[in-house]
Design a protein around this ligand. Structure first.
Ligand code: ADP
Length: 628
């Protein structure tokens, strides 16, 4: 046989085939699982898409409705602006905003009546042309007695200026404070109190006052132009040392109002809705109402869209014509439903997307279940194959042992049969030279037939025992007497071979309840083994005695010994150990199996102690009948 064929011969081939079959089954199972999972994934994706399409239709319809309704209510002036929006009304050159305190500055400042500048001509001539501050002061102070608040305001401002320039800061401050107590009055085109408070901050360098000025500017305390706001804001920042800009959203709203005002001026008749980016923030501008009293709603698209997205796990985004997102959020998943502006008549294209987590949770649970099922199936498959392999191995082992047994037994049979045949032939042909010889041949015939009989009976006994058909007849007997009897059976045979059997035991009786025939068979097997496996050793020992509550019968030899790894296996039927091969000893591998069978039928046990090369001791322990 070639090495490969040798390697492939059973059971390797069998195991290889089994392994390949398992591998194929596991792969097929995994492939099938993967396919099912893929299918599931597709179905789930379709379901998700359907859900998104429905959401898209619903959101587009609701948004259209909301916009139409908002437009109508705007036209009818019955609308309240959203929290982050503005309602602007533009009449001629005037702009009013609702809520009023949301604009930091106005495109067109309110022109309040201011004292005519000629009133102060005398004083200013004295102050600037003639260089007589005292004279100018007197003139201004006289004017400050006027009942007209705007004249008073103009006079106090100038008085404070003269005093400041002449170095009388205390008096100047007092004049500014008087001016600050005149809200509503206008000086030099700006609110008098703002002008005064700014001058006071500048004069005394008070940070706290500058902070207050800042927060009043932020609270839209005054109706200012864009330029005025920027000037006073930068002044307040300089004086307070806080250079932070106003909130971007608030600034954007003020800027949006300015843009609305400019647009109205540019195109007074248009009634439209459009998205305009102000300071990088998107605003929806809705123009409604008559031209002479145009209403403009400025709002963030997000405040319209946000309330419409109610499903968890679904996001909606609106994008303008340039594709910039004006509201909502667009997740980056593949599933999306899109509604273009042309389809929906909305100012934006809508993107309805599913969040990453949506659909994945269900998918994950399914995946986990499927993977678990496959794992369990694979596990069962591997386990089944493993058990099958074990069973096959065992079967192979048993059949090998049986064939070994047949070989061994045939060998056992052959030698007595050959002797019988030869002796019978000699006797039949009358070839025995003398009467003595003939007698010897008859004796040999008897011995060989006895051996054959023992062999056959042994096998039959074992067969019966294995089948549970051998009845045990228990009786009370003395272990010492039994040991002596068995020893006597071997004495003659041993002496013939120049060997001896030594018996040794306690003088007291060792009563046991046993089947004398069966126990003798067990003992004979052990002595037989001791003789067989100690070739060249003159003695084997047979001992008995009490050990705890048991009667111990020990068969000891100084022969080949048994390795640790074999000590358990040799009690199994058909198992022959290394000593059998080493000593070229004939046998069937049934002796110890039979011993164990008999001993356990007596409620006892058999133990072996051995050192390879030094000998073995087999001990039968049987329950003692001796009362303790
Ligand atoms: P057999 O002697 O016919 O092989 P047994 O069942 O009596 O079958 O013994 C099983 C194996 O145990 C033997 O093949 C041998 O290897 C080992 N054995 C039994 N008795 C002894 C012993 N006294 N010394 C060494 N080996 C032994």
């Amino acid at each position: 046989m070639t090495p490969l064929r040798e390697w492939l011969k059973p059971p390797r081939t069998l195991f290889l085939i089994l392994f390949l079959l398992t591998l194929i089954s596991v792969s097929a199972l995994s492939w099938f699982g993967w396919k099912v999972l893929d299918q599931e994934r597709m179905v789930e994706a379709q379901r998700l898409q359907q859900k998104l399409e429905q959401s898209a239709d619903r959101i587009a319809a609701t948004l259209r409705g909301t916009l139409a309704e908002t437009g109508e209510r705007l036209g009818a002036s019955s609308i309240t602006p959203p929290d982050d929006g503005l309602l602007l009304t533009i009449e001629d050159n005037r702009l009013t905003a609702l809520p009023p305190n949301r604009l930091l500055y106005y495109p067109a400042p309110i022109i309040e009546p201011e004292a005519r500048p000629e009133i102060f001509d005398d004083g200013e001539a004295a102050e600037f042309l003639r260089g007589r501050p005292q004279e100018a002061l007197e003139i201004y102070r006289r004017l400050a007695d006027s009942s007209d608040a705007s004249i008073r305001a103009g006079a106090w401002l100038r008085e404070a200026r003269v005093l400041r320039n002449t170095g009388d800061l205390g008096q100047s401050r007092a004049a500014y404070e008087r001016l600050a107590g005149l809200p509503g009055a206008i000086v030099a085109g700006a609110p008098a109190d703002l002008v005064a408070r700014h001058a006071l901050c500048d004069l005394s360098g008070g940070r706290a006052a500058a902070e207050r000025l800042r927060s009043d500017l932020l609270a839209a305390h005054w109706h200012l132009s864009r330029g005025q706001f920027k000037f006073y804001w930068s002044e307040a920042a300089r004086l307070s040392g806080d250079s932070a800009s106003p909130n971007a959203g608030v600034l954007a709203l003020s800027e949006a109002a300015r843009i609305a005002f400019e647009e109205r001026r540019r195109d007074p008749d248009s009634l439209r809705q459009e998205t305009i980016w102000v300071e990088n923030q998107p605003f929806l501008f809705l123009w409604r109402g008559p031209a002479e009293r145009r209403a403009v709603l400025v709002m963030r698209p997000d405040s319209l869209l946000r309330p419409l997205v109610s499903e968890t796990g679904v996001s909606c985004a609106a994008a303008d014509v340039e594709g910039r997102i004006v509201a909502g959020r667009k997740s980056s998943t593949r599933s999306a439903a899109i509604r273009t502006a042309a389809e929906t008549q909305l100012p934006w294209t809508l993107y309805i997307t599913a969040d990453e987590a949506l659909g994945q949770a269900g998918m994950l649970a399914q995946q986990r279940f499927l993977l678990l099922s496959i794992a369990v199936m694979v596990l069962f498959l591997i386990l089944g194959t493993y058990i099958l392999a074990l069973a096959i191995r065992r079967e192979i082992e048993v059949s090998r042992m049986q064939s070994d047994f047949v070989a061994a037994v045939s060998h056992e049979f052959r030698s007595p049969l050959t002797s019988l045949r030869q002796l019978s032939e000699i006797l039949l042909l009358g070839r025995a030279p003398s009467e003595e010889r003939r007698h010897l041949y008859y004796e040999m015939l008897l011995k060989e037939t006895g051996r054959l009989q023992r062999l056959i009976e042994g096998l039959l006994n074992f067969g019966r025992m294995e089948a549970g058909a051998r009845p045990y007849r228990f009786e009370e007997l003395d272990a010492a007497a039994l040991v002596r009897r068995v020893a006597a059976e071997f004495e003659q045979q041993m002496a013939g071979a120049g060997r001896s059997i030594e018996i040794q035991g306690s003088p007291a009786s060792c009563p046991i309840e046993a089947d004398p025939e069966a126990i003798s068979v067990a003992l004979r097997n052990l002595v037989d083994n001791a003789i067989k496996y100690s070739p060249g050793r003159p003695t084997v020992w047979l001992e008995w005695g009490m050990e705890a509550r048991s009667v111990a019968i020990r068969v000891r030899d100084k022969g080949l010994g048994i390795s640790q790894s074999e000590r358990k296996a040799i009690f199994r039927r058909f198992v022959r150990g290394s000593a059998a091969a080493a000593g070229n000893v004939k046998g069937s591998g049934l002796g110890l199996a039979m011993v164990r069978h008999i001993v356990s039928a007596h409620g006892g046990e058999i133990v072996v102690a051995s050192h390879p090369g030094e000998g073995s001791t087999f001990t039968i322990l049987l329950p003692s009948l001796e009362r303790a």
